[in-house]
Design a protein around this ligand. Structure first.
Ligand code: MN3
Length: 223
């Protein structure tokens, strides 16, 4: 069954950018609830360990599965995938120098520069209406980087199979409200200080060189 991944840093280690109370609530309650709900749902489809990506791309299109179960898997499975990815794309002491040259070059080609990319990404993240995510995705068909937003817990590849998530930002209120209140724009600005560019690069290289989708293990580990 699915389980909640543990964080590779303490709840307070992303401070002052993301505070301890937010990290604790977000990980131990919000993410945990997606995992618990997903486990209840997959019992109903005879899950045999095919993996989250399979659930989110195949099971949700299987019309022999009850509509409510498919919707639940889409939402809670998406929540588990998105959050598992989100945690490993952050760390304390973010270093932009850890971005690999191949990613920097493609960012420059597709957005003009890293700074322009960050500006565009922030603007899109701030404008997500209601709850959702902003993503940097690698389009495996066009072999280019794009900014994409999704609503609720929709995943990029569940929405469009060509869109593989390189970087993701949770802009649900639960991700920032305790600390930033209504000021999502401030949260988005500060969040750049905790991006783990080495792991972002690792995802990008896996997609662009191997054409592989990142698997999130049932225990939330990324491989
Ligand atoms: Mn969240």
């Amino acid at each position: 069954m699915f389980s909640l991944p543990s964080l590779k840093y303490g709840y307070n280690e992303l401070e002052p950018h993301v505070d301890e109370a937010t990290m604790f609530e977000h990980h131990d309650f919000h993410h945990k609830a997606y995992v618990s709900n997903l486990n209840m749902l997959v019992e109903k489809v005879g899950y045999k360990g095919e993996g989250l990506v399979h659930l989110l791309t195949k099971t949700i299109r299987d019309t022999s599965v009850e509509d409510a179960v498919r919707t639940g898997i889409w939402n809670h499975g998406g929540g588990h995938y998105n959050h598992s990815l989100f945690w490993v794309l952050m760390k304390k002491d973010s270093k932009i120098e850890e971005m690999v040259e191949s990613l920097r070059a493609m960012v420059a080609r597709d957005f003009g520069s890293v700074e322009k990319f960050k500006g565009e990404f922030s603007a899109r993240a701030v404008k997500v209406f209601g709850s959702g995510w902003a993503w940097l995705v690698y389009d495996k068909m066009c072999k280019k980087l794009e900014i994409m937003t999704t609503l609720n817990q929709d995943t990029p590849f569940g929405t469009d199979e060509n869109k593989l998530p390189v970087l993701g930002l949770d802009v649900w209120e639960h991700a920032y409200y305790l600390q930033y209140k209504h000021a999502r724009n401030e949260y988005v600005e500060k969040w750049w200080n905790v991006v783990d560019w080495a792991n972002v690069s690792r995802l990008f290289e896996k997609y662009s060189l191997n054409d592989a989708i990142i698997r999130v293990g049932d225990d939330g580990t990324i491989n």
